[in-house]
Design a protein around this ligand. Structure first.
Ligand code: NAD
Length: 516
């Protein structure tokens, strides 16, 4: 199968009038479709459910974007049984080129309706245009990248020759994969995990996040239109607390691909380790979890640039990225100056309904809103100095961009993931101390250094213990194929999504020797 070399999907330039007009049109179209319902998809058939999940606009919580069926425990059970059945009888035997071709075709379809997908996230997850556009581009990249990766990994692999025998190694699928994504990259991460499992020949039971079911439903429609057999992909929305254990514990579940919080991830990992009756394998898990990501700035840095990069990393998508800059670690010599610059830059951020393309929209839901405000109160009680923000804004789940300075490395807001627009600025005595603070949490996802000193940049390469290190730039925005993504320590199993090792995690290798 001949395909063009992989290339990242370009971001849309919204300074071009025609692109702005196209996005406005997409917003109108998506709005016109509000209220639509998607049933569950189990065993290749649309299935009704007793309850449904209502997806709302976080920036205007009375607005219902749409609804999806909500699976019961019995339906979740049935979903795994049927997905396993189709895997055993059909999907695992389908040629890898045929599977890859569906991804290529689906990527093509996504490009054609790119702005509609992004506009859906502008309403459903409160992503401004740039953030939504980047999410869609990343999702397209995953399809294009994993499609090509399967072409590389399909068929006989290289082994050493042996006289008198033919020896081969083949990568085979492993079974039914339960895919549990977070709501924050509701298209990219959900699609990435789903198609990685499918293209490698596994069947998927997808349980989208409750805050992001509509974009997932639209993606499933695209996959089906591109020719994915309906039996291979199960759409099984449900409350994590209600059907999560059923999906994870099921003896026919072969693997769980999870991205989300540390708390839920560790629970799933532990449950997956237990062998249940009728189970023939040791379950695999991919666990990509939270972060407490730090950016170190030393005295040689260009402080205007450092402030700009810190603010981009801290407040993009309201700080709701696992890679968000939530700790800014500044050496004493330039601390006061940089705090001032960061505060000034942050003051310029505009917050509004994301359909108007501000810098920031709302946070995902009432629970997150309450949680972030609680962290802010806790930070005040701990004696951290509130430099900016700290309050809710009326109308939706809005929180002001918030900055605390004088934060001690061991304070709660320097250790726990807040997942909102709250930046903790920490003073380091010197660069040695900054390295120590940087590595002083249980997480290890992203982080960076802004410095002009070669020796320090080299030291950061060696000693900053994170899965994704960024030098002299913001610490968010990993590109598929370019910066494979995944964290160390409690940030997860470092599966490196969007990298050349990723698909192997969904397969097992069979070695075949035939003597002549
Ligand atoms: P979450 O852990 O609350 O939920 C993640 C998913 O798990 C959702 O689909 C949810 O419905 C489901 N779930 C909840 N309880 C469950 C249970 N008992 N059993 C099975 N499934 C269950 O996380 P979230 O709020 O959706 O996402 C934010 C978190 O995700 C943050 O911690 C963020 O850092 C992390 N994240 C990590 C990465 C990464 O690549 N490391 C990327 C994005 C987000």
């Amino acid at each position: 199968m001949s395909v063009l070399p992989y290339k990242n999907e370009p971001f849309t330039d919204f300074s071009v009038e025609a692109n702005r007009a196209a996005y406005e049109d997409a917003l109108k179209k998506v709005k016109g479709d509000f209220g639509k319902h998607w049933d569950l998809l189990i065993g290749g058939k649309r299935v009704k459910s007793k309850q449904s999940i209502k997806s709302i606009d976080p920036a205007s919580p009375d607005t219902v974007i749409g609804t999806v069926g909500k699976a019961s425990k019995a339906q979740a059970e049935d979903a795994v049984n049927k997905a396993h059945d189709y895997y055993m009888k059909t999907w695992r035997f389908v040629n890898y080129e045929e599977r890859a071709r569906i991804l290529m075709k689906a990527a093509h379809a996504m490009k054609a309706q790119k702005h509609e997908l992004s506009a859906t996230m502008t309403y459903e997850e409160s992503k401004n245009w740039r953030e939504a556009d980047a999410d869609t581009a990343e999702a397209i990249d995953f399809l294009e990248f994993y499609g090509r990766e399967m072409l590389r990994l399909g068929g006989a692999q290289n082994v050493e020759p042996w006289p008198g025998e033919e020896n081969n190694l083949y990568y085979e699928p492993i079974g039914t994969v339960v895919v549990i994504p977070p709501w924050n990259f509701p298209l990219a991460i959900m699609a990435g995990m789903t198609v990685a499992a499918l293209v490698t020949g596994n069947t998927v039971v997808l349980k989208p996040a409750s805050g992001a079911p509509i974009i997932a439903a639209k993606f499933i429609d695209i996959l089906l239109e591109a020719g994915m057999p309906a039996e291979a992909i199960t759409f099984c929305p449900g409350s994590g607390g209600e059907v999560g254990d059923t999906l994870v514990d099921h003896p026919k579940t072969r693997m769980i691909a999870f991205t989300g919080s540390r708390e839920v991830g560790l629970r799933i990992h532990e449950r997956a380790a237990k062998v249940n009756e009728g189970q023939l394998w040791i379950k695999r898990t991919i666990m990509e979890l939270g972060g407490k990501d730090g950016l170190v700035v030393d005295e040689t840095a260009d402080l205007d640039y450092a402030a700009e990069q810190a603010v981009l990393g801290a407040y993009g998508f309201q700080g709701q990225k696992c890679s968000a800059c939530s700790r800014l670690i500044v050496v004493d010599k330039v601390y006061d100056k940089l705090v001032k610059k960061v505060v000034e830059k942050t003051k310029q951020l505009k917050i509004a309904h994301p359909e108007n393309n501000p810098d920031m929209g709302a946070v995902i839901d009432a629970a997150a809103h309450g949680n972030i405000l609680e962290y802010i109160e806790k930070a005040k009680k701990d004696g951290n100095k509130l430099e900016l923000g700290g309050k809710a804004i009326e109308g939706g789940f809005f929180v002001e961009p918030t900055i605390f300075s004088g934060v001690k490395p061991t304070d709660t807001i320097a250790q726990e993931e807040i997942f909102g627009p709250v930046l903790a600025i920490i003073k380091a005595k010197d660069f040695d101390n900054a390295v120590e603070i940087f590595n002083g949490t249980e997480f290890g996802l992203t982080g960076g250094l802004i410095s002009k000193r070669r020796d320090r940049l080299e030291r950061a390469r060696r000693e900053f213990h994170v899965g994704n290190l960024y030098l002299n730039r913001k610490i968010t925005g990993a590109l598929v194929g370019v910066q494979p993504f995944g964290g160390f320590n409690m940030s997860g199993t470092d599966s490196k999504a969007g990298g050349k090792d990723y698909l192997l995690l969904f397969m097992q290798a069979k070695s075949v020797a035939e003597r002549w």
